[in-house]
Design a protein around this ligand. Structure first.
Ligand code: SAM
Ligand code: SF4
Length: 326
């Protein structure tokens, strides 16, 4: 078991496959000239397998592949099928643009649930947020995944003045579409020009939705990041990932491995441990994992206050989101 000093068992590993992406969401990857990590510095398929196997032997039973965009990696299918041999629940977070090429692989790998990001139901707004013209592919692929029996969660980063007017449209979408929409509070990462007045909080989101809909809470499962709700008669649900206004660190079970093989004990940690170099040098990995998780702070990486109005984003030492893996 991998435990931190607060006795939280860490059994969930998120592995970023790449910091490359075919979209350019402005809150995630700020600069157009962003330099992607060269392939030689990324974990190779066999290295991902070796590291993941070590984590699984230490108690990990759930792995999420993320990025960057995991499905732009040329050997994504090999990695998915390799990790599928491990005794874990395998899932993925993807921007959805390339899912149609991977449906068979994901089925073969036993993946049952996918998180697909879609911040707007408006084509033009999508182009503005992502700086790419892929709206139709994402919507079509969400439909394709539903038709193929996948459980689909739709990630929506909500920002004031950007897409906050679409909350009702997203909830209306859940009437006859069996998706779990998750509104995510905008979070600060290196280079994303976060300011507190852009954050649409859990309470603000619920207030807007309650003006139009009655809804009730869905029971929370251990380690859930989203507080979930259902409108009576809707086949889908909506939820809020309220990292900024009401965090859920107390039962955190998540660890993150960046595409260049660094272990982060928290999304907001300022430290990381280089597992890939250790692996390449033939060092023992397990002690490094235990040390890293033992050093985990209780909440928000130990460097953000729970009063997000007081956060100075420039003082947070971290990576950009695209190099962490959400
Ligand atoms: N490319 C994939 C995707 O877009 O789903 C996986 C990687 S992306 C970094 C993972 C998730 O993080 C996405 O749902 C994205 O919207 C979210 N995200 C990125 N930057 C964020 C931020 N600053 N605040 C909140 N969520 C963010
Ligand atoms: Fe790419 Fe996902 Fe970041 Fe958008 S949120 S730039 S799709 S990694």
């Amino acid at each position: 078991m991998i435990r931190d000093s607060f006795n939280r068992v860490h059994n969930y590993l998120r592995i970023s496959l790449t910091d490359n992406c075919n979209l350019r969401c402005f809150y995630c990857m700020p600069e157009e000239e962003y330099l992607f990590t060269p392939t030689s510095k990324l974990m190779q398929c066999s290295e991902i397998e070796a590291l993941a196997t070590t984590f699984v032997a230490a108690g990990v039973n759930k792995i999420r592949l993320t990025g960057g965009e995991p499905l732009v990696r040329h050997d994504a299918a090999d990695i998915i099928l390799t990790l599928a041999k491990l005794p874990v629940e395998l899932t993925m977070t993807t921007n959805g643009t390339r899912l149609h090429k991977f449906i068979d692989v994901l089925n073969e790998a036993g993946v049952r649930s996918l998180n697909i990001s879609l911040d707007t139901l408006n084509h033009e707004k999508f182009n503005k947020v992502t700086r790419r013209n892929q709206f139709d592919s994402v919507l079509e692929n969400i439909q394709l995944c539903l038709e193929n029996g996948f459980h689909v969660k739709v990630n929506v980063v909500v920002m004031k003045g950007l897409n906050d007017y679409e909350l009702i449209d997203f909830v209306a979408w859940t009437k006859s579409t069996p998706v779990d929409v998750r509104f995510i509070e905008f979070m600060p990462f290196t280079g994303n020009r976060w300011t507190n007045n852009q954050v649409m909080t859990l309470n603000e989101i619920l207030q807007v939705i309650s003006d139009r809909y009655d809804f009730s809470s869905v029971d929370r499962k251990a380690h859930d990041t989203a507080k979930r709700f259902r409108v009576p008669g809707h086949v889908g649900t909506f939820g809020v990932i309220s990292t900024m206004s009401s965090h859920f660190c107390s039962d955190c079970n998540r660890m993150r491995l960046t595409a260049d093989g660094k272990l982060k004990n928290c999304l907001f940690s300022n430290g990381e441990t280089d597992l890939l170099t250790a692996l390449r040098n033939g060092q023992q990995i397990l002690p490094l994992i235990h040390q890293t998780i033992a050093a985990k702070h209780f909440q928000l990486g130990g460097q953000m206050t729970t009063d997000f109005g007081e956060i100075d984003a420039d003082k947070i030492l971290n990576r950009s989101m695209i190099t962490i893996g959400g």
